[in-house]
Design a protein around this ligand. Structure first.
Ligand code: ZN
Length: 81
């Protein structure tokens, strides 16, 4: 499940937006922290192309990236109120 990140996982978190589950993780190597997110609804995900100075910064990127994916792909599917 974590085959995209071959470094040591340092942080992992699950959260939900409008009932859609997201998994985010950060991993560290000697150069910095990478982050990754995965959408459990459509299976899409991404890994950061840059390294962050801390795992909390990496997790923040993953959270924001997952949220923008959600806003673009899933929040829009809801009928307008
Ligand atoms: Zn999705």
């Amino acid at each position: 499940m974590d085959s995209n990140i071959r470094h040591n996982p340092v942080s992992r978190e699950r959260f939900a937006l409008d009932g859609v589950g997201y998994e985010i993780a950060a991993a560290a190597d000697e150069a910095g922290c990478l982050a990754r997110w995965n959408c459990t609804l459509c299976g899409l995900g991404a890994q950061s192309k840059v390294k962050f100075p801390s795992s909390s910064a990496a997790m923040e990127w993953a959270r924001n990236s997952a949220r923008s994916h959600h806003d673009r792909l899933h929040a829009a599917q809801r009928p307008p109120a």
